[in-house]
Design a protein around this ligand. Structure first.
Ligand code: PMV
Length: 328
């Protein structure tokens, strides 16, 4: 049995614009998915998941083409998670050449699904790392990140950037622009997260921005302006000026809102954080619902968010310096 964990992330800057070649800066946080993998005697894949913000469940099926017979269709997030595990195992079969190998996979995650803080990337990264090690292969971080990206790319029908998976594999703050992914300097940020209990549909939200961009030149300009905010944000991160990082996050949220990817609950949480004195606040990830990220070294934002209608959970998250970790 091999067990790996990988962190989730918040976007400090640049989601959506990264899809069109602008840079983005995600930053890994100490909320982790842990994936245990044990080789089977047959070629089946059996997945047991607990704590995926839904009741624990077990599903067993013969292989990628057999579908997921034991999953209730209403649990679409859970079946999405299964798609990611399937894809991850396919990458491991490919990289090791063991085409018919089967596994028992156990997933535990602290990261809410589809909420913009990198649950799928963390599961994919940890699953690939653990399954490869279970077969005696230790992947270099770059290879792991690339395989994890390919998994997301396939599961999300081509709508994926390298940001989430690279960040989860390496940890820390990273800069992603097209194929170019690298770690960058960032100060220890006082991150507070507000979660509305929901999730956005990434594919739909990405398509919405694509349509707007095609229809209106000023929407295309908005995407480019997000790129400008990211470039400025990188410099400010290197200087360690947390108050200025917050101001740029506010600006970034306004631009995302103009592109139609915020929601009432996300905006309410953002304003609640700002009113409580946060340096800045923005949605993180695809939007539509899910999480906001705010910067506040005091307890004020966390307290204010916990009383904000529509905010189901508010919590502080430490920056995760370490990416994927081998637990067993
Ligand atoms: O919601 P998440 O964490 O999957 O982030 C999506 C970020 C997008 O830029 C909207 C899409 C992508 O793959 O980069």
């Amino acid at each position: 049995m091999a067990v790996s964990s990988a962190p989730g992330k918040v976007y400090l800057f640049g989601e959506h614009a990264v899809v069109y070649g602008e840079p983005a800066v995600p930053c890994a946080i100490e909320l982790r998915a842990r994936v245990g993998v044990e080789k089977r005697d047959d070629s089946k894949l059996r997945v047991h998941a607990e704590d995926l913000s839904l009741d624990g469940f077990t599903v067993e099926y013969g292989g990628p083409t057999d579908g997921h017979p034991d999953i209730d269709a209403s649990e679409s997030l859970v079946s999405a998670a299964m798609g990611y595990v399937d894809g991850a195992i396919e990458q491991v079969r490919d990289v090791t050449g063991e085409d018919d190998v089967g596994f028992d996979v156990t997933i535990e995650s602290d990261i809410p699904l589809g909420a913009g803080i990198g649950s799928s990337a963390a599961v994919v990264v940890a699953a690939i790392d653990a399954a490869a090690r279970e077969l005696g292969v230790t992947l270099e971080t770059d290879e792991l990140a690339e395989r994890a990206y390919r998994t997301e790319y396939e599961v999300q029908d081509g709508q994926a950037s390298r940001a989430d998976t690279f960040c989860s594999a390496t940890g820390g703050a990273v800069r992603v622009e097209g194929d170019d992914c690298r770690p960058i300097e960032a100060p220890d940020l006082p991150i507070v997260i507000g979660f509305d209990g929901g999730a956005g549909d990434t594919g739909e939200l990405v398509a919405g921005v694509r349509n707007l961009r095609e229809e209106y030149e000023f929407a295309a300009d908005t995407v480019e302006t997000i790129g400008d905010v990211v470039r400025q944000g990188e410099e400010v991160l290197a200087d360690g000026d947390v108050a200025e990082i917050g101001r740029l996050m506010n600006f970034n949220h306004g631009l995302l809102s103009a592109l139609g990817v915020s929601s009432r609950s996300l905006d309410t949480m953002v304003w609640s954080a700002r009113d409580a004195g946060a340096y800045g606040a923005k949605l993180t990830g695809a939007g539509g619902g899910g999480c906001i990220v705010a910067l506040d070294p005091t307890d004020e934002t966390e307290t204010a968010l916990s009383f904000t209608p529509g905010c189901e959970k508010a919590f502080r998250a430490e920056l995760a310096d370490e990416g994927v970790k081998q637990l067993e």
